[in-house]
Design a protein around this ligand. Structure first.
Ligand code: HXC
Length: 270
């Protein structure tokens, strides 16, 4: 069964960054109701930011927003939107501006995934994941860019490492995430002159997530192959998020930060 609520709160002790580095900042996060993106949101909030989490399931978002607010002492509100629907995203942005007056950080994290071979994948199934991951990222950028220019803010796009080599049963996600990497790089180059940064975080397999559960048969037995001797954790991605949004990364843009404990380098020896 897929996890429905966050089961591993990060706690204050996981961060080596100063507590208030994001005081007064506002985060807009698609996919923030669960999994990795919820952990990323929690980490940014623990450093002082307020947040809006965006997703399709309002009950899950509402519960997550309540828990995130309680855990961090900041304000998190839900905004229901399907990232494939530009008008829903525009409404979510409007809600954010009405509540907080601005947006400093955007995490494009909403994603779809399941295992299927090309021969068993319908056109609509391929299109669905492309639309959630790639078009959804594009739509999120379009809906937020004016506000991010104003705040000279920053984007983080959640990609994957699946497409660095050929990962079976993942042609839809691999294609979608390759496009997300490209989108981020172009955004960084085009918007750099406006003071906007755009980076990608590419997590490897991360424990306790819906994505990992859905791909568990691909991941069977890989634990022993991790160079660092453990599977990735949500806090690993969350800490990279804090760094990339922070002033410490002010000259880092257009980059892909792989958070996989060097797993991707190991795969060539399998
Ligand atoms: C084959 C499938 C399928 C499956 C859906 N489809 N599931 N095909 N195998 N398991 C097909 C459907 O039959 C349909 O095609 C088309 O996809 C659309 O399905 P719908 O259910 O109508 O679409 P929708 O409800 O919009 O979205 C479905 C979904 C979504 C994309 C599967 O529910 C989803 O992915 N949820 C999971 C969220 C998630 O896990 N996020 C974390 C991702 S982690 P037809 O032809 O029948 O109309 C990640 C990183 C991975 O991506 C990296 C880890 C190492």
């Amino acid at each position: 069964m897929a996890p429905t609520s966050y089961i591993a709160p990060l706690g204050d002790s996981t961060s080596v960054f100063k507590g208030d580095i994001f005081k007064g900042k506002v985060l807009f996060c698609t996919g923030g109701g669960s999994g990795i993106c919820r952990g990323m949101t929690e980490a940014v909030m623990r450093h002082g930011a307020d947040a809006v989490i965006v997703g399709r399931k309002l009950d899950r978002l509402t519960q997550a927003a309540k828990e995130l607010s309680e855990a961090t002492g900041r304000t998190c509100i839900p905004a229901q939107a399907d990232v494939r629907q530009p008008n829903m995203l525009k409404d979510a942005v409007k809600k954010t501006i009405e509540k907080f007056g601005k947006i400093d950080f955007v995490i494009c994290g909403a994603a779809g995934n399941f295992l299927a071979p090309i021969s068993g994948l319908s056109e609509n199934a391929f299109k669905t994941v492309m639309e959630i991951d790639t078009l959804g990222t594009f739509n999120t950028i379009k809906a937020t860019i004016a506000h991010i220019r104003q705040s000279k803010g920053s984007y983080i796009h959640v990609s994957a490492t699946l497409h660095y080599k050929a990962t079976p049963y993942q042609v839809h996600v691999s294609s979608a995430k390759a496009a997300v990497d490209a989108l981020s790089a172009v955004l960084a180059v085009e918007e750099g002159p406006h003071g906007v940064r755009s980076n990608v975080i590419a997590p490897g397999p991360i424990g306790n997530t819906e994505g990992m559960q859905r791909l568990s048969s691909l991941a069977d037995g890989i634990g022993s192959l991790f160079p660092l001797g453990r599977v990735g954790e949500i806090k690993d991605v969350a800490n990279a998020t804090v760094f990339l949004f922070s002033e410490a990364a002010s000259y880092i843009t257009g980059q892909i930060v792989v958070v996989d404990g060097a797993m991707e380098h190991m795969r060539q020896f399998q």
